[in-house]
Write a protein that binds this ligand. Structure first.
Ligand SMILES: [Zn+2]
Length: 325
C-alpha cells in the first residue's frame, strides 16, 4: 500500500490512525493544530475526505463525524476515510463562526478555498488544508448547520465533470431537499473549489449551531453516510433508496431589515410564497411591532429562530424552483 499521510496521521496499512495537521502558529509560538483521523480499509478504493466546523460553532458536524467513524471497520472497507472533525479549530475553541485570529477581511473560511500561502490567517489555514485534500480526496463531504435543530438539506457541486457523482452522493445520503449548486454560487467554498479540481463534493446541512441538535440527528446522519459510502464503493452492501430528491435551481438569502425581539412563523422544509409572513417583531413592552415577509417563493431551508435578531443577520434562506427528481 502507498502511504497516506496528513500531518502526523500516517496510514500505510489497514486500521485507524490519529494525528494532527498544523495550520499555523499562535502569537505565543504554540502550533495551531487540527485533529485528523485516517481510517484505511483492507483494500484500496475511493478516498472520502470529510471535514466539519469550517464554521467553528457548527458542532453538529463534529458529532456526525465522530458517530460515523465509530461505525467503521477497516476489514469491511475498500478505500479510505480522512476526517477532520474540527477544522477551523481556533473558531471552534471560541464558539464562533470565524476565527478570532482573523485580523482582516475574508474570515469566512468557506469562502477562502483554495486558500493563499501568503494571505490572511484564514486563507493560510485553508491553503494548508486544501493542499492535502487535493492530494488525496476522490470525494468530499463538508458538514454545516444553520440556526435551528430542524435544518435538514444538502448541496452538491452541480458543475461539469462532477455533477453526476455528486447527485449519486446526494441520493444515497437521501435528505430530500437538495441544491445542485451552479458555478458562480458559493465561490471559495471547499465544495466548489474541489469540484473545479474534479473532486465530487457534497455539503450536509444538519441541525443547528452550538447545542441545537440531537443524538437522533447525529445517528441518522451516520447511517446515511454509510449509505453514501456504499454508493461510492467504499463499503459493501446494498444502497438504501431514500426516495426522490427535491432539487432547487438556486437559493435566496434574505437578511433582517431591522433588529428586534423576533418570533419566527416558519419552519424548515415548509413551502413558502413571496409575501408570506416569516416572523413578527415585538417591542420591549411585549407588543407586536410589525412583521417581515419572504422576498421569494420556494422551500424554507433555514430561518432565524429569534428571540433576538440583529439587523442584517440571516432572516430566511429559501430553495428556489423546487422540482421532484
Ligand atoms: Zn457553515
Amino acid at each position: 500500500m502507498t502511504i497516506i499521510e496528513v500531518g502526523s496521521a500516517r496510514a500505510e496499512q489497514p486500521g485507524r490512525f490519529d494525528g494532527t495537521l498544523k495550520l499555523g502558529v499562535f502569537p505565543d509560538g504554540q502550533p495551531v493544530e487540527t485533529p485528523v483521523v485516517i481510517v484505511r480499509g483492507k483494500a484500496d478504493g475511493p478516498v472520502l475526505w470529510m471535514h466539519a466546523a469550517v464554521h467553528g460553532n457548527e458542532y453538529c458536524g463534529t458529532f456526525n463525524i465522530h458517530a460515523f467513524l465509530r461505525t467503521l471497520d477497516p476489514q469491511e472497507m475498500s478505500g479510505t476515510v480522512i476526517a477532520l472533525p474540527a477544522l477551523n479549530i481556533t473558531a471552534f475553541r471560541d464558539h464562533r463562526r470565524m476565527s478570532p485570529l482573523e485580523g482582516f477581511n475574508n474570515g469566512d473560511m468557506n469562502r477562502c478555498f483554495p486558500g493563499k500561502a501568503n494571505g490572511g490567517f484564514t486563507e493560510q489555514m485553508a491553503f494548508a488544508v486544501y493542499q492535502e485534500l487535493k492530494k488525496y480526496a476522490t470525494h468530499l463531504v463538508d458538514f454545516h448547520t444553520a440556526y435551528t435543530q430542524d435544518t435538514r438539506w444538502a448541496l452538491y457541486a452541480g458543475v461539469d465533470g462532477v455533477a453526476e457523482e455528486g447527485n449519486k452522493m446526494a441520493r444515497a445520503f437521501g435528505y430530500a431537499n437538495c441544491l445542485p449548486t451552479p458555478a458562480g454560487t458559493l465561490v471559495g467554498s471547499a465544495m466548489m473549489t474541489a469540484a473545479a479540481d474534479n473532486i465530487p463534493a457534497f455539503i450536509i446541512e444538519a441541525g443547528g449551531i452550538e447545542t441545537a441538535f440531537s443524538r437522533e440527528i447525529v445517528d441518522d446522519v451516520a447511517e446515511r453516510l454509510r449509505n453514501l459510502c456504499r454508493a461510492v464503493g467504499l463499503l459493501p452492501g446494498e444502497v438504501t433508496d431514500y426516495g426522490p430528491l427535491t432539487l432547487f435551481s438556486n437559493f435566496h438569502w434574505a437578511t433582517a431589515p431591522r433588529g428586534g425581539i423576533f418570533k419566527p412563523a416558519v419552519s424548515s422544509g415548509q413551502q413558502i410564497n413571496e409575501g408570506d409572513v416569516v416572523g413578527t417583531y415585538y417591542n420591549l413592552f411585549g407588543e407586536a411591532d410589525g412583521s417581515v415577509t419572504s422576498p421569494a417563493s420556494g422551500i424554507v431551508l433555514a430561518y432565524h429562530p429569534g428571540p433576538i435578531i440583529p439587523q442584517g443577520d440571516v432572516l430566511i434562506h429559501v430553495g428556489l424552483n423546487p422540482t421532484q427528481n
